[in-house]
Write a protein that binds this ligand. Structure first.
Ligand code: FMN
Length: 209
């Protein structure tokens, strides 16, 4: 008897196309139960002007039926790359449950209201750090960073910290989502969901491991 979406996902006798966002939620909840920290960490790949791929970890800090959002400095390497080439790939791997989810698709900038709301939820220290850090640009030494943070902290005083213009979020809108579950002797289960556009239906395909 199939109970979970995961059972259905890998049931070759049941050709139903599921909602991949719902499968994501099932796996993400499992990961939160078992990962020691940062179950919401993901590797995010972008590409530079020369076509050279770039990758780094970010945190999946918002998600809804449109897609998967992370927040960052728009002057950083990833910010510059994604603004110029608004497509990305991401992968989450949870060692504790031996599962992987990867996605690809266009990215869009979140609305100012979304960015404000997420920024407001962060600890004040993180807000100040985001404003003080010229992320990915050369830094002379650690002392310079500490001085910049101290100057900004003094300047703000007791006032609320306003989200800096250069700090916002990107939403990856997946056109592909692949679910991978570890199997014995590397005979893993893989199913890839694809759609032609956001208003198009999903289709599912099992892949060789
Ligand atoms: C687990 C983890 C989560 C991270 N989350 C973020 C994040 O959400 N946003 C961010 O800007 N940087 C995050 N970082 C730092 C990035 O990996 C990276 O060092 C930084 O964003 C600069 O990347 P870039 O030069 O490619 O733009 C995280 C690092 C780790 C290890």
């Amino acid at each position: 008897m199939s109970n979970t979406l995961t059972d259905k996902l890998f049931d070759d006798n049941d050709p139903a196309v599921l909602d991949p966002f719902a499968i994501f939620e099932e796996w993400f909840a499992m990961a939160h139960q078992s990962e020691p920290n940062d179950a919401h960490a993901m590797a995010l790949a972008s590409v530079d002007d020369g076509g050279m791929p770039d990758v780094r970890m970010v945190l999946l800090n918002a998600r809804d039926t449109r897609g998967f959002s992370f927040f960052t400095n728009f002057g950083s390497a990833k910010g510059v790359e994604l603004l110029a080439h608004p497509k990305a790939a991401m992968v989450m791997h949870w060692k504790s449950i031996r599962r992987q989810i990867r996605m690809r698709g266009p990215v869009e900038v979140v609305t100012p209201a979304e960015a404000d709301a997420y920024f407001a939820s962060r600890p004040r220290g993180s807000q100040i750090a985001s404003a003080a850090s010229k992320q990915s640009r050369p830094l002379a030494n650690r002392e310079r960073l500490a001085a910049d943070v101290a100057a900004l902290t003094a300047q703000i005083g007791d006032a609320d910290m306003v989200r800096p213009e250069h700090w916002s979020g990107f939403r990856l809108v997946p056109l592909e989502i692949e679910f991978w579950k570890d199997g014995e002797f590397r005979l893993h289960d893989r199913v890839r969901y694809t759609r032609e556009g956001t208003d198009m239906p999903w289709s599912a395909q099992r892949l060789y491991p």
